[in-house]
Ligand binder design. Structure first.
Ligand code: MN
Length: 321
């Protein structure tokens, strides 16, 4: 199972967030150290700073593939090539809503320009992941046609984006299963958390045969954010024994991103929130002191954290002692 981290692209689309090339480089190094397979480092076409950031990250010669986000515009693809990215995440809207209302093109035009963009990237030796924006609100037949067209043009992977987070686990499983059965190319899933289902949907995609999941550190991203990297990695390991990244460095990575973005995960955020491994009530503290697994599903050390006890109205004698 591959993990594509898009903290530096979709994560940076968090309202109010802007990362300098230096900060992006620091996060990219840590993502690589922890073992993320693909780092989507930004959009080279967006600005000089973005181009610089991607170039600096690509120059590090990390183990991870370095991807640049690109619209279906040849100049965007050229910017990814110029930045030295070895992968392009080419995003084409596929729902009627996005094609007619936003792009104001016909489906035929989208198919044609998508193929041209893929051929341009492939002619420069880049890997191409073809993303279907709003793929979750696209008729399955149209989605298959779009992906088949991309694969014929040379796409190495295809990805369903649940752009506004409207899938549920059953629908995700059905959609990804169909695509995996019909396409010979690896299928990825990009989940958003508008209904709090991004991780559940990503797990369903994995169970349906997806070969790559998209995520961001601390679940950063637009609106309710993306599927959080730390949760995806831990639940894959906990429920299915799937090894992805170095789990013991997850908290360190989370804190680095918190510090550099200035965005603190909510106190009750799973795994990385301040209270995720904090115990206050007397009954719980007593249990934890006798045997930690009484009130912890996994030990905090598993993700590189330590347990904390708090004192308050519900504290008991055992905890105090
Ligand atoms: Mn997204």
């Amino acid at each position: 199972m591959l993990l594509l981290d898009t903290t530096l692209r979709d994560g940076e689309q968090t309202p109010g967030l802007s990362l300098t090339p230096e900060k992006k480089l620091m996060i990219a190094r840590k993502l690589d150290e922890i073992g993320v397979n693909v780092i989507e480092a930004g959009s080279a076409c967006a600005s000089k700073g973005e181009m610089e950031a991607i170039r600096a990250i690509a120059n590090e010669k990390l183990n991870a593939d370095i991807a640049s986000f690109s619209r279906i515009i040849p100049a965007d693809v050229q910017a990814a090539i110029d930045a030295g990215a070895n992968t392009v995440c080419l995003v084409a809207p596929t729902s009627d809503l996005h094609i007619t209302k936003k792009l104001k093109k016909t489906r035929e035009e989208v198919i044609e320009i998508t193929a041209k963009c893929i051929e341009l990237a492939k002619s420069h030796g880049l890997k191409v992941e073809l993303l279907a924006e709003d793929g979750s609100r696209t008729a399955t037949g149209e989605l298959l046609a779009h992906f088949s067209n991309g694969i014929s043009a040379g796409a190495d992977r295809v990805c369903v984006c649940d752009t506004v987070g409207v899938l549920n686990p059953e629908a995700t499983h059905e959609l990804i299963s169909t695509l995996v059965k019909k396409l010979k190319t690896p299928v990825a899933f990009h989940g958003h958390n508008d209904f709090g289902l991004a991780v559940a949907n990503s797990l369903a995609a994995y169970r349906a045969g997806a070969g790559e999941l998209h995520c961001t550190v601390n679940g950063l991203g637009e609106r309710a954010g993306n599927a959080p990297l730390e949760e995806i990695a831990l639940v894959l390991s906990y429920f299915y024994g799937v090894k992805t990244i170095e789990l013991t460095k997850l908290y360190e990575l989370s804190r680095l991103v918190e510090t550099l973005t200035g965005i603190r995960p909510g106190n009750n955020k799973p795994l990385v929130g301040a209270n995720a491994f904090t115990h206050e009530s007397g009954i719980h503290v007593d249990g934890i002191l006798k045997c930690a697994s009484t009130y912890e599903p996994v030990s905090p050390e598993m993700i590189g954290r330590v347990r904390r006890f708090a004192f308050g109205k519900q504290s008991g004698r055992q905890g105090l002692q």
